[in-house]
Design a protein around this ligand. Sequence first.
Ligand SMILES: Cc1ncc(COP(=O)(O)O)c(C=O)c1O
Length: 416
Amino acid sequence: MTAGPAFALAAPSLSALLLSSEAAGGIAPTDGKIPGHWSPTDPNRPPIDGPKGQELWRRADKVMPSYAMFLTRSARYAGYNVLPGFMAEAQGCRVKDADGRSYIDYTASAGPNLLGYRHPEIEAAARTQSESGDLMPMFSPAMIDFCERLLQWTDGFDWALPLKRGSDATELATRVARAATGRPHILMFENSYHGSNREQSLLFEGTPKDALEHLSRLPWNDAAALDNYKASSGERVAAILMSPLDQPGGNYPTHTASPEFVAAINRFRKRTGALVILDDVRAGFRLHPKGSHMAMGLQPDMLCLGKALGNGHAIAALMGTEAVRGGAERLLYASTYIYSAVSCRAGIATIDVYERDNAYASMQRAGERLMAGVKKAAAQYDQNMNFSGPATHPTMFYNNDPDSALMERFSNEAAK
Ligand SMILES: Cc1ncc(COP(=O)(O)O)c(C=O)c1O
C-alpha cells in the first residue's frame, strides 16, 4: 500500500477541479462535439456519470436539498456533467467514481488529503485510538497530546484548542477577538472565504441583515484602503480576519498577500489595537512547513487550522497568543465531537509524517513539475493556460475565460 504524492492543486471551485481519468471502464464516451458550456438543465448535455452515478443523482435530488448545502462538493456546482458526481473509493492519490472509473485527484479532496488517501500510518494511529475509545465522558489524554504537538510544530502561540471544522476555527477566533477587545467589528477582505458561518458565508440567504452589521470587507492587497480606513471605525475593529492568499473562485487567479499589504496590516493593528486572525485552513502546510505566517513574515494573534491537519480526519484547531487567552477563557464553545480522541491522534500522526517525510519539499517539487508540464503541453496545443499561487498551492486557469467555459471543458475532457 503506497501513499499518494504530497501534492494538491488548489480548486477555487469545482469548475477548476482537475480529475484526470485513468481508465474508461465501460462508460460510453461522449461524441467529442462538446460545446464549452452547458446549462444544468440542457437536455443535450451528455452525461459523464455512468449508470450508477446517474441513479445516485436521481436519488440525491429526492432526499437532499441540492446546490447550496453541498456547494463545493457537488458536481452541479461545477456545471452538471462536467465531472462525475460521486466518488466511492480513495487510495493514495487515486479515487474511484461510483461506476468504478479511476482518477488521479490533484485536488486532494479540495485540500485535506495532502499526504494521500488512507495513509497507512495515520490510519493506524486512528485505529489504535479507536480500539481504546473515541468519545468519552471526560477529556482524553489525546486531546492534550494534540495541543502540545501543535505548539511544538509552530512558533508564536501559547495555547491551542481542538475543533472539528475550519468554520469552527474562524468563528471561534472572531468570538475570542471580540471577547478579548470588547469591540464588535470584524474586517475581512474581498474574494475571501472563511467558512459557512452566518457572518462569514458567501451566501446570506437565511441570515438576518443585522447579523452582518459588524462586518466590513476591504479590497485585497490594497494597503491604501487599510491605511485610509476611518479612524473612528478602526477603533471599533476587534480583528482583521484574513487568509494568506485570496480566493476569487471561478476561473480567476489567486494572489498571495504582498509584503506592502502585510506592512499595512501591521500599521493598522498598531494604530487601532485590532487583533489579527490568520485563516490558514486552506493554505496551512502548503505555504511554509510551519504555518503560512512564517512565509508571510506576519505574527498573527490567532491561527486557524483545518483541512490538511488530519489528512482526511475531521480535525481543526485554533491557536492563540497569551494576550488573547483571557478572551478564550470567557467563552462557552462546547461541541460534542470536538473531544474525539481518534481525530486528535490522526492530527498528531499527520504532523509527524508531514515533518518526517519533508512533505513540503515533495509538494514543491511535484508542483513545479506539474506546472511546467501543463504549461509545456498547453503551449504545444495552443491552449492559453496559466497558473497562479505558489507551486505548493497552484491554481490553474485559462486566460480570457470569464465564464469558466474553457476550464469546464478542460475538466470534462480530463475526467473522461
Ligand atoms: C480559507 C478557508 N477558511 C475556512 C474554511 C472552512 O472550513 P470547513 O469547510 O472545514 O468548515 C475553508 C473551507 O474551504 C477555507 O477554504
